[in-house]
Design a protein around this ligand. Sequence first.
Ligand SMILES: [Zn+2]
Length: 461
Amino acid sequence: MNTSRLIEFSDEDLAELDEVACAAERITPALGAMEVENVRNQARAGAIAERVSRRQSASVRSQEMVYRSVAAELAGVTFTTDRSMQAQITQAVEWVECYPATLAAWEAGRITRGHATAVLRCGTVLPRDGRAEFDAAAAELCVGQSVGRVKDRLDHLAQELHPRTLAERHAKAREERRVSVTPLRDGMSELVATLPTLLAEGISDRLNEQASSIIDARNAPRDDGADADAGDAEPDCRTRDQIRADILCDMLLTASPLVDPTIDGDGNGTLGMIRAKVQVVVPALTLLGKDDDPANDTTTADLVGSAPIDPSTARALAGVTASWERLVVHPVSGQVLCTDSYRRTASMARFLKARDRHCRFPGCRRPAIRCELDHTIDFALGGPTDIRNLCHLCQRHHSMKQFTSWGVRQLGGGVLEWTSPTGRIYIDHPPAPLVRFMPSGGGAPPPDEGGGAPPPKPAPF
Ligand SMILES: [Zn+2]
């Protein structure tokens, strides 16, 4: 038997380690108490919103506006977005109202935020009035366990206490079906569809079968005895995964839906005619193909409000498609040089899209292409349709400006000054222009317009 100990701690090391452990024992409950204080404070904000919205005329819309406005007030002083703060407030209200035992254990440092979050997540399957029993049992279950270990047991506990059958719950869960996009690195993104299992498996199986057919076809010998890959065409070397992804894109971007409420008596519908619309910012030299030089590989085009895309994709888009809007920018200054030549009418809107890139409420990143152009001073009140009086706001923040006491004015150069209902001021600057790389040999001088007010004129179209 090997009795030697591989790692030796000196008495001094052990004494200090003991001190650190003691400090952690002291810090954990203190931290828990502070976090719970924060949760109770956020829940209080929720209660204010609840109280104010009850006093209003009580349309669902105006109630939502009250919550947004309150969340934005708290978001400003905690350096977060109002969307995120509204979610935090909702969560805080739920903790306070439905999980008092969990909150008390957290406050006493017996469990952590991770445990309390797991309890809240697992408890959401239960009806609101059935959560008290779960809360009491869940808080005890968590004590002394790591979050990872206790999650499954919390899930089971919630299922045991659930008064409804799986069939009933599935009918409810189906309402949560959705599709979302998450940007990844290197010009890739993840398209996630949350669907009933049967449909998700069905889609996956169909992609598999179609991919198999393609693989079989390319491997089959041709009638004339020649190899299928012989001839001028590039051999198809795609993997099964790649083929599945390609088929998915092909069908989603080009096929017409089976159920089309716009179909007329002759069987013609418009849904199948709708094409993807994505805005891309392309540095001028990318268009010329000069950045295939690896030394210039920092050059990218930009999918507005989302993520960089690679130069060859950008060139392909700029060359052939009418579905993607093109904005060509100066490679050094990022100044807009020109936009789509075949859609001149909206040149001002194009310029503003390039300037704003996203919603101009502080912290919001909703891409301009999904925003509305807002007259800062209302058109009906004499506000001009001018780039100095226009900016992009997403629907959420557009209605917040309209229906709450959040105020905004333009300071010139695209700079906005927002004032919260309690009088706090937030300055929102337009995003920095895309500065990519210096053209070799000095290149063209930057355009004349410097920063600051008055804002640059729209590029000549
Ligand atoms: Zn917004």
